[in-house]
Design a protein around this ligand. Sequence first.
Ligand code: GUE
Length: 287
Amino acid sequence: MATIIDGKVISAQLLEQVAADVIEFKAKHGITPGLAVVLVGDDPASQVYVRNKVQRAEQVGIRSIKHRLDANVSQETLNDLVAELNADPEIHGILVQLPLPKHLDEDEIVDAIAPSKDVDGFHSLNVAALATGKPGLVPCTPQGSMTMLRQTLDDLTGLHAVVIGRSNIVGKPMAALLLQANCTVTMVHSRTRDIASVCRQADILVAAVGSQKLVNADWVKPGATVIDVGINVEMLDGVRKLCGDVDFESVSKVAGAITPVPGGVGPMTIANLLANTLQAAQAQMSA
Ligand SMILES: Nc1nc(=O)c2c([nH]1)NC[C@@H]1CN(c3ccc(C(=O)N[C@@H](CCC(=O)O)C(=O)O)cc3)C=[N+]21
């Protein structure tokens, strides 16, 4: 039976550290770090995440301001709000909840956010910084996944890491961080031939595709460390249930260590969002 990598415990440690650093920041600068969360439309899942973020922010002493916009808001109105937040000295971090309604240009909005306030790490300049190993804001989910790996494994050097999924928000930045940690990195995706046999070679397997229970025990090398980034919503007898990209029941019998869903990567993402907000505030104060 695999060791369970407990995202609630590890994120609580990180949040405690952030809370202590926020106290120090306030004493030094006399201001409170501020995070703006922009939510377009009324997707219920997005509302749950946004509520969690706002709650956790409060808990670590970060002021968060929620902006709710109508689902059919224009690109111009959204751009104007982002410009206003960019110019607001009390706002240090800006998060525009994705995905956006189809009529909006996501890339344009993300690149409209000031790179120094881009706490998601999705702006082109932060993507470039990560790709070239320069300092910048790093996407929260991959960052949280790395923290879990570092707490589980002594040294990542030379390990074969396989990342399933090639999204800009998880797969690609995850691969960049694993490479930085001296892993041998393979990315697999929907067009990969014999995906199971490639995954079976992984010492570290990261699943980030959004496909329920895609990874089963046959895909996993005995003893491997498995990070499940998937958050798929399943209805069981009318009750909402979260489930990952990994079939936890079968894979946990083969893997050496595994993250659960819920209680794995999700809480780490939120903790890192707040760590990034503090980092952004610190950088803005010394700019
Ligand atoms: N600009 C942007 N940045 C994001 O970081 C972002 C986003 N858009 N859009 C949506 C996704 C999703 N996401 C989650 C964060 C935390 C949990 C989380 O805390 N999950 C809990 C369970 C929460 C529940 O019960 O629904 C857990 O896994 O234990 C889940 C999902 C951030 N996202």
